[in-house]
Design a protein around this ligand. Sequence first.
Ligand code: MRU
Length: 352
Amino acid sequence: MNREKDLPTLYWKNHTLYLIDQRYLPGRIEYRICRSCPDVADSIKEMTVRGAPAIGISAAFGLVIEAGSALKSGLSTEKMIEKITLAGAELIKARPTAVNLAWGVERMLRLAAVNSKLPAQELLNRLEEEALAIYEEDVRNNRLIGRFGAELVPDQANILTHCNAGALATGGYGTALGVVRAACEEGKQIHVYIDETRPLLQGARLTAFELYHEGIAATLITDNAAGYLMALGKIDLIVVGADRIAANGDAANKIGTYGLAVLARYHQIPFYVAAPLSTIDRDLACGSGIVIEERCLTEVTHLEQCRVTVAGIKAFNPAFDVTPAGLISAIITEKGVIRQPAAEKIAALFTA
Ligand code: MRU
């Protein structure tokens, strides 16, 4: 089976968005059908679809669905824009940390503003084209990220990754896993250590699923084993994705990423962040301004439906943390590799 081709993360057909339901992977393969914008917002909130680029793409299609329902109700272009503006605000609230969500919504609303004099049907067509363009660009960018990143990967490398920054987290191919894929496509012998990534086990459930189907050699470890492996000299480099990168290069990613970066520095292991420009939030000077999502405590107190602790114990469940730019060896983007990221180098990406 070609996992990516046969089981895409998402697809768009007859004005309907289909999302592979990532809550049930790898045990059950099921697509959630989104016929309304609130369906899309719920799918993002409940993590049917997750991963920064994938939620940005889904939100863009959510607005196309909203515009379609405005047209069906016979609304004018002006009213259509009002409806998608309100729907966009709801979508952005679904998850606070990944900036790609707001980026996708804002790009769609800008397109609507520029085309506000068109008849409603015409505007709907433009919005659909724009959402498809966002989707296709993401896959293209990931391939470029992969190509640039592969240059940093030596043959025979043992790579550690955290969470899932693969095809499932994007339109396809992946960012961090895009780097792994590209290195393999170049004929390098690569082995990946996958952090299980508590509490929701995106590593164990999703990254393992992707790499296994791709035939890329991989070993699943508990999050707690990563430092030990580094001390044993078994990790050559670490590559992760990001949910929001501040203008100075501080990067938010799945909880536990910061700890890995500190361990990497101690053990002098290169630590790479792979992300498209749509993940860079130029309005935030540094990472301390990034809102960290806190999720339901049962994700910590339970494993699936099963309680693993005493009832009544306090718990804390931040979904992300911020790695300071100073701990990042390079950020890999579709425009190239930024070594020792800093504000000026990141700003230059947007002018080149
Ligand atoms: O909570 P999630 O599963 O949405 O978190 C995802 C991550 O942290 C990914 O590493 C990040 O979104 C980059 S995906 C290319």
